[in-house]
Design a protein around this ligand. Structure first.
Ligand code: SAH
Ligand code: SF4
Length: 341
């Protein structure tokens, strides 16, 4: 049985035509499900009896199974969802003054193997399907009885290694009768799969793009992120420039501070030279320690020195506050703990 949440509007129209129905029914169905939150085809009053019977027999509108919900002292909520094949994935909802934002998982595990990241401890089992991406949001919205306004694809997995599904996911959530999340409220984070950055610049929906840099030179970046062997910094920087020139969207460079590894003044200087002239800003992220690795978190004083050095050198930067660190909400860690036990 197919899941409604796996259809873009175009795919749904195509399906309806295939079964001898009218394509305009697709918009009616989207409105019922995403706007009216009606999940029973029989209650959709403007849908013909024949179509209802067909949909009842062939399509489901199912949220994900909630395995665990954890709430942090700061209100951050972390869901562990159980997928149809028993895989567990996590999704985090954060409350901000501008609304709720959700951190979406794109794959079961990750093959990029960054040396500091808990998600990479479990090799990729599979890509998430479109309905599994969309229903992370619908499940959280239905559970919280509240609208989610911002979406970041920064959970477990490398979204550009599941490119086509992530693009369709964005189409569904951005659609005017879908979840209606504006392109400026959607961010996708990549570890730097360069050819996909070029592809992404040509997509119709222009979202925000974040690129995980984490080091200001190839020697260091290759040491901590093995993807740098395939796509070195210079290629990443050129792709970033292309993205900005085509989309006019300011790039975010993510930079985790790892104590004694990439957090010195000289690194801040090198970073500012590397990205000077690009319309971008650096999001400095406190490291959330993972017990399997030796990396340590840079202390706050040093983090603010790093931040100030970037500012001093004319680079836009923000020092991200930690959210939900008491429940390991940063990246991939709860699921890893569960799968181990
Ligand atoms: N695979 C994508 C998106 C998921 S990871 C990417 O790498 O960009 C989202 C962000 O969390 C990345 O910047 C990643 O480097 C960072 N991250 C991974 N492990 C972390 C940890 N333990 N503490 C803080 N940030 C972490
Ligand atoms: Fe994968 Fe991103 Fe973690 Fe690297 S940081 S292992 S790409 S999830």
């Amino acid at each position: 049985m197919k899941n409604f949440y796996g259809y873009t509007i175009e795919e749904l129209k195509k399906y309806l035509v295939e079964i001898g129905q009218k394509p305009y029914n697709a918009d009616q169905l989207f409105k019922w499900v995403y706007e009216q939150k009606v999940f029973d085809f029989n209650k959709m009053t403007n849908i013909s009896k024949v179509l209802k019977v067909e949909l009842e027999a062939n399509m489901s509108i199912n949220d994900l199974e909630i395995h665990t919900v954890q709430e942090s002292t700061d209100g951050t909520i972390k869901y562990l969802f159980k997928l149809y094949d028993g895989s567990l994935i996590e999704t985090v909802v954060m409350s901000n003054d501008y609304g709720k934002s959700i951190c979406i998982t794109s794959q079961v595990g990750c093959n990029m193997g960054c040396s500091f990241c808990a998600s990479g401890l479990l090799k990729k089992k599979r890509d998430l399907e479109i309905f599994e991406l969309v229903s992370q949001i619908t499940t959280a919205e239905n559970h919280l009885q509240s609208k989610i306004s911002n979406v970041v694809v920064m959970g477990i997995g490398e979204p550009f290694d599941n490119y086509d599904n992530v693009i369709d996911f964005i189409k569904v959530i951005n659609y005017k009768h879908g979840l209606q999340i504006g392109a400026r409220h959607i961010s996708v984070s990549t570890s730097g799969i360069v050819p996909r950055i070029y592809d992404y610049a040509n997509e119709e929906i222009k979202t925000n793009l974040a690129i995980s840099l984490h080091a200001p030179n190839d020697r260091l970046r290759t040491k901590i992120m093995k993807i740098n062997k395939s796509y070195p910094l210079n290629d990443v920087i050129n792709a970033s420039k292309d993205y900005f020139s085509k989309t006019k969207r300011r790039i975010t460079f993510e930079y985790i501070l790892l104590k004694g590894v990439n957090d010195e003044i000289k690194h801040a200087n090198e970073l500012s030279d590397l990205i000077r002239g690009i319309n971008a800003y650096v999001n400095i992220i406190p490291y959330n320690p993972v017990s399997e690795f030796d990396y340590k978190k840079t202390d706050e004083r040093r983090a603010s020195i790093f931040y100030s050095q970037l500012i001093k050198r004319g680079i836009n930067a923000t020092l991200r506050r930690e959210q939900g660190s008491d429940i390991d909400a940063a990246c991939g860690q709860l699921r890893y703990k569960n799968e181990k036990s």
